[in-house]
Ligand binder design. Structure first.
Ligand SMILES: *Cc1c(COP(=O)(O)O)cnc(C)c1O
Length: 367
């Protein structure tokens, strides 16, 4: 029986050749391919600057370190995301303050942000969940009003726009991931974008042991990390980034087949606000409360289709429960519902129209 996995990266012969070329050169660490990748990111997003980082979590971490966020500070994050979004706040010694999501978009409910702001609030990390931009009008205006930093977690959202402007270019930083579950992949990898030259310079120093070249001489000017990307990883992904517009066009076509073919009234289909495109990093549906999501995952698997939950209700995870004991049912009902009743379906450019129709039918039959 054919099995359709939830995700599969599309690596071309050109990508493989580019990696092999780096391996044969012996120049394995950050080099010309990293610079080309950064340029391709700037070309795609119109961000002024981009830094390749070892992964998307490290790139969020570096942004918070550079912005000076630490002990005694609070950072607003959505209650529904991948755990990394909140973990980086904990890891710099600050406190994540969770805000519930809008159940239609699965993004932070921007109108609830203001109520979560205190004198300790330093930043907002909006997540463009599943490849759909958060409401950047509302988020940037509340950030401006209270003088907060904005670090966009665009890990899932390469190519996503809000009012035709690329995500990752609204806030102080935009953080992208190149993990195989995302649109394009270097294995592990991340990119941090910014329009501010001082931010960019600081990140390039921090990712590389605090080294700055001054008069052609290496000087150690900061307490840095080693958060560099290897050059063969950059070679693997640099041309994939150029293919993003084409990939997104095809995925939009496949998504429309899902939207047309999934008929069950027990399934709520994703909603795309008119200010946004959707990059469909994840095609995420919401199941009626009467459906046991985990049993459905098993049924779909038995019929040859890989599915999974979409993201975590972060404050409900063991480590956050242990530390904060939130009553998530009361505080974050939408995030909890998206976690327990959400289902991610396969949607990537290696799938055919027939695959999508098969998955839609299998889903309707399995409900
Ligand atoms: C994948 C993801 C991350 C982490 O990226 P890595 O490259 O895996 O470290 C962070 N935030 C969100 C929303 C993600 O989806």
């Amino acid at each position: 029986m054919k099995f359709i996995p939830l995700a599969k990266p599309n690596i071309s012969e050109q990508d493989i050749d580019a990696v092999v070329k780096v391996l044969r050169s012996g120049m394995l660490v950050q080099g010309e391919n990293v610079m080309q990748l950064e340029q391709n990111f700037c070309d795609l997003t119109s961000a002024k600057y981009a830094s390749a980082i070892s992964n998307g979590t490290a790139s969020l971490h570096l942004a918070l370190i550079h912005l000076g966020i630490g002990e005694g500070d609070e950072v607003i994050v959505p209650a529904f995301s991948y755990v990394a979004t909140a973990n980086v706040v904990e890891l710099v010694g600050a406190t994540p303050v969770f805000v519930d999501i809008d159940i239609n978009t699965f993004n932070i409910d921007a109108w609830r942000i203001e109520a979560a702001i205190t004198p300790k609030t330093k930043a907002i990390i909006p997540v463009h969940e599943f490849g759909l931009s958060a409401d950047m009008d509302a988020i940037m205006s509340v950030a401006e009003k209270y003088q907060l930093f904005v670090v966009e977690d665009a890990a899932c959202a390469l190519g996503a726009t809000f009012r035709d402007k690329a995500v990752g270019t609204f806030g102080d930083f935009g953080s992208f991931s190149l993990h195989p579950r995302k649109a394009v992949s270097s294995g592990e990898g991340g990119v941090l974008t910014t329009n501010n030259i001082d931010n960019d310079r600081a990140i390039k120093i921090l990712r590389n042991h605090g080294v700055e070249m001054i008069n052609n001489e290496m000087q150690f000017v900061d307490f840095g990390f080693n958060y560099r990307m290897t050059d063969f990883q950059a070679a693997l992904v640099k041309n994939q980034v150029k293919r993003v517009p084409e990939i997104l066009k095809y995925k939009q076509h496949l998504a429309e087949i899902y939207l047309d073919k999934i008929k069950s009234e027990l399934i709520k289909l994703p909603v795309v606000p008119e200010e946004c495109n959707h990059t469909w990093q994840t095609f995420h549906v919401l199941l009626a409360d009467s459906i046991n999501r985990n049993e459905l995952i098993e049924k779909m698997k038995a019929k040859g289709v890989g599915t999974n939950y979409g993201a975590q209700c972060i404050p409900q995870t063991t480590v956050y429960q242990k530390k904060y004991e939130y009553d998530c049912r009361k505080l974050f009902p939408n995030a909890l519902r998206a976690y327990t009743q959400g289902l991610a379906l396969p949607l990537y450019d290696l799938l055919s129209e027939n695959d999508i129709m098969f998955i839609a039918e299998t889903l309707d039959e399995s409900i």
